[in-house]
Write a protein that binds this ligand. Structure first.
Ligand SMILES: *Cc1c(COP(=O)(O)O)cnc(C)c1O
Length: 228
């Protein structure tokens, strides 16, 4: 049996009886490798670049639920709005408005699931909103008039460190944001339920801190090769 199938089965077993699901992050990996995970029964995959996602999607079964997990420029939204299951990396009202507009143009019957990305790490290069920016977005008239998107939760990328206390504290911050937003804006709304946090090196900690979506790449597909 291939390593990829083994890894998928391992995660399936580990996440059984938890509220957490696995996003298999397939960036830089070939459609053939994705098909190994697919044939092991996996249907939830994450990519971080629009162009790469489009190329792979063409070669793969269409019952895959694709999550975009990388920064998304507004001018690229129209290329994915027809089929994308979830955009985890929403970091502005402007981007959300564009997603809504394009989803409407495609007459989507199912809204685009959108997650608010927060900056929880101390690295400046990481995208994401502050808590107040999210509050402003959710209070805006414009947001309230969007009917082709729905906000399903929050997402964050922790600092790249082995410091467990630091990681835990960043995951707790994201969970706290989730809970405060839930209470304030989504009290009776069952769509708002996801906390996307945790990757290959820190998913166990993230799960312990309440993650509902872990995003694992190298832990499933092996090391990434950027040079081909
Ligand atoms: C690449 C990536 C991951 C997966 O990283 P691994 O360390 O390979 O598990 C998770 N989240 C985001 C946003 C990524 O870009």
């Amino acid at each position: 049996m291939s390593d990829i199938i083994d890894n998928i089965r391992d995660f399936d077993a580990k996440l059984l009886n938890t509220p957490c699901r696995l996003v298999a992050v397939s960036k830089t990996h070939s459609p053939e490798k994705i098909m190994e995970a697919y044939n092991a029964g996996h249907r939830l995959f994450g990519e971080n670049k629009v162009q790469e996602l489009l190329e792979k999607r063409e070669q793969l079964p269409h019952d895959i639920a694709w999550h975009l997990i990388g920064h998304l420029q507004t001018n690229k939204v129209k290329q994915i709005a027809q089929f994308i299951d979830t955009i985890q990396s929403v970091d502005s009202l402007k981007l959300l408005a564009e997603i809504n507009k394009r989803a409407e143009q495609f007459n989507r019957t199912v809204p685009v699931n959108c997650m608010l990305q927060f900056a929880i790490a101390d690295e400046e290069t990481k995208y994401g909103m502050s808590y107040q920016e999210a509050v402003d977005l959710l209070q805006s008239e414009e947001y309230r008039n969007m009917h082709f998107i729905r906000i399903t939760g929050v997402m964050g990328i922790a600092t790249n460190t082995y410091d467990e206390e630091k990681l835990r504290s960043e995951f707790r911050t994201l969970r706290d944001y989730f809970e405060r937003l839930k209470e304030t804006f989504f009290y009776a709304n069952t769509d708002f339920k996801e906390i996307s946090m945790g990757m290959t090196s820190d998913w166990k900690l993230a799960l312990a801190e309440g993650s509902t979506l872990i995003r694992v790449g190298s832990g499933i597909f092996g090391a990434r090769q950027y040079n081909k």
